[in-house]
Design a protein around this ligand. Structure first.
Ligand SMILES: [Zn+2]
Length: 500
């Protein structure tokens, strides 16, 4: 007997919305039809004519847990995600301790399993821990990174030589390297030049478009010169210059791969190029703040608009939407990086970089669809299907609203445009750079068939989120005997437990 029947909804089919019903059993979609003529099921959900799309996959969040739980933790972060229509996140390694070895991985896994209300992958950090990368891969990290090419929150940046060695190792494992591309030399030079400049947009001038351009070029060059280049995914690309370099590199790679495939036809087994090298990818994402905000907002946002890479000029922001629409940029990810208000209330130079965004990603994108900035089809592609493909989550049932996949579903009313207000959001940081802007919020979010957000409150139980292991997971590698097993409880954790 099916567990859930969702009726009275509309689904995308051939570019148009059509009435439909969804049947769910054991957390999976078992059927989609215009109308099911069945009378036996455990639960029926009346969608009230809402549109249903796959729930979002946010491949770039910083939930600050362990170590900085006064900013966010796995419970507040995942509730914020669920209320915004995201049911899968990939969490990045710059926590305290960072995920750079087995014990760092274990501490994060433990915190997330205890607290997350949505499914999650954990990324492995790359610093000077090259000898630990294969261990992390065997433990089930989703991918490696973000790999910082310049200083940012957590100070995990590495130089180009270490980057090359890391990419080679990651390539040998056939994994994905997620890159934070900013050139540190240019940043340092500009920082010195603009030492006494405290204008609202100075951060954007310290890390100009060129900063991203240089780093993307270096990263691509270094990777291609390795014997076993890695899959490269550029995080938060924000400039036309970077997108152009990535597109050229993709074309060159495609040509090279066509030649390899052609040669393979005539070669014996041992001389053949590997299947991995023939299917290797170069991909990139953009954040909502680089689509919907620009240096025009620096005066209004001040330190609350400071992040890395920084806000760009309006032309760059406009271009990024075009690049997303036309397929040059593959995915949207929030780079949710919360800091508390009191931390941001300081000078532009002293303020930490980073803005929250996991809860507003889908609402902003749905509002953009309503304004005809992109189609709903493309929005679904860049918020669920593509992130699932890039990070190998399809094999775990993620990213598609179709038979056999996890019933991770968002229902929304396309006419219900609301004003974004921090007081309605769930992040522990209690502010948003999108205050006063328009968003279309989910009327319901389901994760594996269970309602996690009902449009007004979180229904999910703490800890119901599942770990999504990367494809390198080796049975037995997750033997944590003897690993640092301290209980991570601090004042903020206790305060949060009481809140619920
Ligand atoms: Zn980053």
């Amino acid at each position: 007997m099916p567990d859930v029947l969702i009726k009275n909804i509309r689904l995308l089919a051939d570019g148009a919305l059509a009435p439909a019903e969804i049947l769910i059993e054991n957390g999976k979609v078992i059927g989609i039809s215009k109308e099911f003529r069945i009378s036996e099921y455990d639960e029926v959900i009346d969608g009230k004519n809402a549109v249903a799309i796959p729930a979002g996959i946010d491949a770039h969040v910083h939930f600050r847990d362990p170590g900085m739980t006064y900013k966010e933790n796995w419970y507040t972060g995942s509730c914020s995600a669920a209320a915004g229509g995201i049911t899968t996140v990939l969490e990045h390694p710059n926590t305290l301790p960072p995920v750079v070895d087995k014990s760092g991985f274990y501490l994060k896994l433990k915190q997330a399993k205890k607290r997350s209300v949505i499914d999650f992958g954990i990324n492995g950090g790359v610093t000077n821990n090259l000898e630990k990368l294969s261990e992390l891969w065997a433990l089930g990290v989703n991918c490696f990174g973000e790999i910082f090419m310049a200083e940012s929150t957590g100070g995990l940046n590495i130089n180009n030589q270490t980057l090359g060695s890391a990419l080679s190792k990651i390539g040998q494992m056939e994994a994905v390297a997620a890159i934070h591309a900013e050139d540190d030399a240019l940043r340092l030079q500009n920082e010195a030049l603009l030492l006494h400049d405290n204008s609202d947009d100075v951060h954007s001038r310290i890390r100009p478009n060129e900063c991203e351009e240089i780093a993307v070029r270096n990263c691509l060059r270094i990777n291609e010169s390795e014997k076993a280049p890695a899959n490269i995914h550029f995080c938060h690309t924000s400039t036309p210059e970077a997108v152009a370099l990535i597109e050229t590199a993709r074309k060159n790679l495609q040509e090279k791969q066509n030649q390899m495939a052609e040669k393979n036809k005539n070669k014996d087994q041992k001389e053949k190029s590997s299947d991995y090298q023939i299917s290797r990818r170069i991909t990139c994402e953009v954040t909502p703040h680089h689509l919907f905000l620009s240096t025009k907002d620096c005066g209004r946002l001040k330190t609350f608009g400071k992040m890395n890479p920084p806000l760009r000029d309006p032309k760059s922001a406009e271009y990024m939407m075009t690049a997303l629409r036309t397929g040059l940029v593959n995915a949207v990810a929030s780079d949710h990086a919360p800091h508390r208000v009191y931390e941001k209330e300081t000078t532009i130079k002293a303020a930490p970089s980073g803005v929250p965004g996991v809860e507003t990603l889908m609402p902003l994108m749905l509002a953009a669809v309503r304004k005809n900035m992109l189609t709903l089809e493309r929005m679904v592609e860049v918020t669920s299907r593509n992130p699932a493909r890039i990070f190998d989550l399809e094999r775990l049932g993620k990213g598609f609203l179709k038979q056999g996949f996890d019933a991770d579903i968002v229902l929304f009313d396309p006419k219900d445009v609301r004003i974004i207000k921090a007081k309605n959001l769930h992040s522990r940081c209690e502010w948003t750079p999108y205050e006063g802007m328009e968003g279309i919020f989910p009327t319901m979010t389901l994760s594996r068939g269970d309602v996690v957000w009902d449009g007004s409150q979180i229904i999910a139980k703490k800890g119901c989120g599942r770990f999504l292991p990367g494809k390198g997971l080796k049975p037995g590698a997750d033997d944590f005997d003897g690993v640092d097993d301290r209980e991570l409880v601090d004042e903020n954790d206790i305060e949060n437990e009481e809140e619920e």
